[in-house]
Design a protein around this ligand. Structure first.
Ligand code: COA
Length: 701
């Protein structure tokens, strides 16, 4: 873990490029450090000045009499390397480079950035930036940035790759009364990245929620490792923009094409329990919910409303988002029936009607809070002439205070007429939105996190199966020696078998006689397939014959395939013809793998066969997450294929445990061999008992 103490709690700081001139960045940084209430020593550095903001100014950091823990460099790009070197010689432990004009401007800037990294490495200095706004800590107060504001103390850490986004989020936060524990502008991430600061925030006692704006992730495996640990302690919400091209690039397999470009991020975030915000609005809404609210125990929501429309909208949205409309206890319904007007809605949503006075809200709210079938409550309000928003808000706050453990959310749909009531809720720490949808999205975010936390408690099953790595290595060695990257069918089958994946027997032959002999031994019917890694669609060139029932037919088909393929593709090298046992029909599945550059292998599962790209019934998981049967079954359950496997319209159910087992083995294979770049097992025939992998394509690097 990176030690960031010198950034967040330096005993002394130096501003290299400090300026006397108000309105210049070098002046703003000095002023910000002073104004934040920083308790350590400040050393401004400027060769032209002897005093800045009442403090002694030095011409070079090496002239400073005491030690310097952290330096903020804000000189033009041409002077940054020299300034960093000076800092290194002085023994500075941490530098923040505010200056722009590095990697972000292209090759020339990248070269300077590399030199900056070298200097930091040489002197053992940690670097934040370059091209950043700086850093803030509100508890051990320091504002080492040129931001126009210093937030109030709060329980959120904000980590942003974009300086502009950081400033925008902070300004918005102050307008809605949200505070921060730490704020970090990452800039170009030449050294320290989001991973270091997420790890730090996860261990920070003042931080309850971690909020990030990211454009990319520098080190996928470390990101997964750190965030998995972090989300065990506190929620992480990330708005990730910028679509990774990695997944989409040159995918030659079905799995690669189906994965799409941003899927690895989605999958990785989900598996680490990270809440992904899709828009800035959603990031803000989630920030409000996570910072203010408790996490509901479950997903059953009770609604109290004074109007039908928003109640219906909220109900639809709850179902759409996969949450549950609470079904009240009989006693709750009875009490509501006896005490509310007969026109009121007593089931969920509880409609206390347009003329509802605070007492009616209070009664309904308390009944729902006492109901064991309700996990959280959404209070809806529209402004009628007799609505008393302020009084109702006071009641809502009181109800929350007297019912800990059951969070309340509100959507006050209106404007001026409801503003004071809405403000009262926000100030009291009850998330209050203008419309029901963001309120529900926020409850959903809290629920995703809560479910993730519960799932951690489930013991992970460990690998218990034996695999034969040596055979796989030997096959890959032969393939590379043959100057190929794509395995032949028989080679792929050997690899699969080495990992215990049941395959249809397949043997490579080079003459018609040999093929007939192999088929005789194998038993009929058989299939003949031309073996050439260059031919992707074998049937199109007459390279496949199915349902062959005798040795005579084998010989004849062998010659026909050879002739036809040589005629259609005269230049393509043919390695021979593979004889494969023709397996009885089963439910056709696909199990595949595509490799994401950031997060590693992604396993796909779904309906297989020739219509796989048309049907797109495929779900994905990172292979690293598929060691446990329960998680594999969750992957299965996301597909329509699962409905077929369970036995659709009177058909016998298929062997689901065999499918789970094969996915586990495939995940291990691609994890053990990073040289496998793509893999498609399509189709896999699933039977009542067991399964068989028919066609396996493996590409290596
Ligand atoms: N050591 C110490 N001080 C030095 C110095 C050195 N080697 N070289 C110059 N200085 C002083 C200058 O004399 C000046 O002080 P002054 O105001 O008293 O004259 C001060 O450092 C700044 O230098 P100046 O040449 O005036 O630059 P600037 O203030 O116009 O711009 C940056 C400097 C860093 C702000 C600018 O280069 C930059 O990168 N701006 C963009 C910042 C940004 O957007 N970052 C990313 C945010 S997301």
């Amino acid at each position: 873990m990176s030690d960031l103490t010198s950034f967040f709690a330096p005993k002394s700081v130096s501003v290299v490029g400090a300026s006397k001139t108000p309105g210049k960045i070098g002046n703003a940084i000095v002023r910000n450090i002073i104004d934040s209430g920083y308790k350590g020593i400040i050393y401004p550095i400027n060769p032209r000045e002897s005093e800045i903001e009442g403090m002694a100014c030095f011409s070079n950091i090496n002239n400073v009499p005491g030690e310097v823990d952290m330096a903020i460099i804000s000189v033009p790009a041409a002077h940054v390397l020299a300034a960093a070197k000076d800092c290194g010689q002085k023994g500075v432990k941490a530098i923040i480079v505010i200056t722009a004009g590095f990697k972000e401007i292209g090759k020339e800037g990248l070269d300077i950035e590399k030199k900056l990294i070298e200097i930091c490495g040489k002197f053992g200095m940690r670097l934040l930036g370059p091209n950043c706004v700086g850093i803030m800590d509100t508890y051990n107060p320091i504002n080492a940035s040129f931001a126009g504001m210093f937030p109030k103390k709060g329980e959120m850490a904000l980590i942003s790759q974009s300086g502009a986004m950081l400033l925008a989020i902070m300004d918005w936060s102050s307008s809605v009364g949200l505070g921060y524990s730490k704020v970090v502008s990452l800039g170009n991430k030449a050294d320290l990245s989001e991973i270091d600061f997420i790890e730090d925030a996860a261990n920070d006692p003042y931080t309850k929620v971690i909020l990030c704006y990211l454009e990319d992730i520098v080190d996928g495996p470390r990101f997964l490792e750190v965030t998995r640990r972090a989300t065990k302690k506190k929620p992480i919400i990330i708005l990730k923009s910028g679509v990774s091209e990695a997944g989409a690039k040159a995918a030659s397999s079905h799995t690669g094409a189906l994965a799409g470009s941003d899927l690895a991020y989605d999958t990785a975030f989900e598996q680490c329990g990270i809440i992904r915000a899709r828009t800035m609005t959603e990031l803000f809404d989630l920030a409000i919910a996570f910072s203010k609210s408790e996490i509901p125990a479950g997903d059953r929501i009770g609604i109290v409303t004074n109007s039908g429309g928003p109640g219906i909208i909220a109900t639809d949205n709850i179902e759409l988002k996969g949450l549950t409309m609470a079904r009240f206890d009989k006693s709750t319904i009875e009490e509501l029936r006896s005490n509310l007007p007969k026109e009121a809605g007593i089931y969920n949503p509880v409609d206390v009607l347009g003329d509802a006075k605070p007492e009616r809200y209070e009664f309904a709210l308390n009944k729902l809070l006492d109901d064991p079938n309700v996990d959280s409550i959404l209070v809806l309000m529209c402004p009628t002439a007799v609505t008393q928003p302020l009084e109702i808000s006071k009641i809502v706050v009181n109800a929350r205070d007297t019912h800990p453990g059951k969070p309340i959310f509100a959507a006050y749909t209106g404007g001026q007429l409801l503003a004071r009531g809405a403000n009262l809720l926000s100030e009291a720490g009850i998330p209050c939105y203008t419309f029901p949808e963001p309120a529900i999205d926020s409850i959903r975010g809290l629920n995703i996190y809560s479910k993730y936390r519960s799932s951690l408690k489930i013991q992970e099953a460990r690998d218990t199966f034996e695999v034969d790595k040596r055979t796989v290595k030997a096959v890959f060695y032969d393939v590379l020696k043959d100057h190929r990257l794509t395995l032949l069918g028989s080679e792929s089958a050997e690899v699969a078998k080495a990992y215990g994946i049941p395959t249809a027997p397949i043997v490579m032959t080079s003459t018609a006689e040999e093929a007939a002999e192999v088929a005789d031994k194998m038993g009929y019917p058989v299939v003949l397939k031309v073996a050439s890694p260059k031919i992707i669609h074998k049937s199109d060139v007459g390279g496949v014959k199915v349902g062959i029932n005798s040795s005579e037919e084998v010989k004849k088909s062998f010659m026909e395939i050879m002739e036809r393929v040589s005629y259609c593709l005269p230049k393509v090298i043919i390695h021979g013809i593979e004889v494969q046992k023709m397996m009885p029909n089963g439910t056709e599945l696909i199990i595949g793998m595509t490799r994401d550059v950031q997060f590693g292998p992604l396993i796909a599962f779904g309906l297989g066969g020739i219509y796989v790209n048309l049907l797109k019934d495929v779900s994905f998981r990172l292979a690293s997450n598929l060691t446990d049967e329960k998680k594999i079954e969750e992957l299965l359950a996301e597909t329509k294929a699962y409905t077929l496997l369970k036995g659709y319209r009177g058909e016998a159910p298929r062997d689901i445990s065999a499918v789970v087992d094969v996915i586990k083995r495939a995940a291990k294979l691609v994890t053990d061999f990073p040289e496998i770049t793509e893999m498609d097992i399509n189709p896999v025939f699933a039977y009542d008992e067991g399964l068989s992998a028919l066609d396996i394509k493996i590409t290596i690097s």
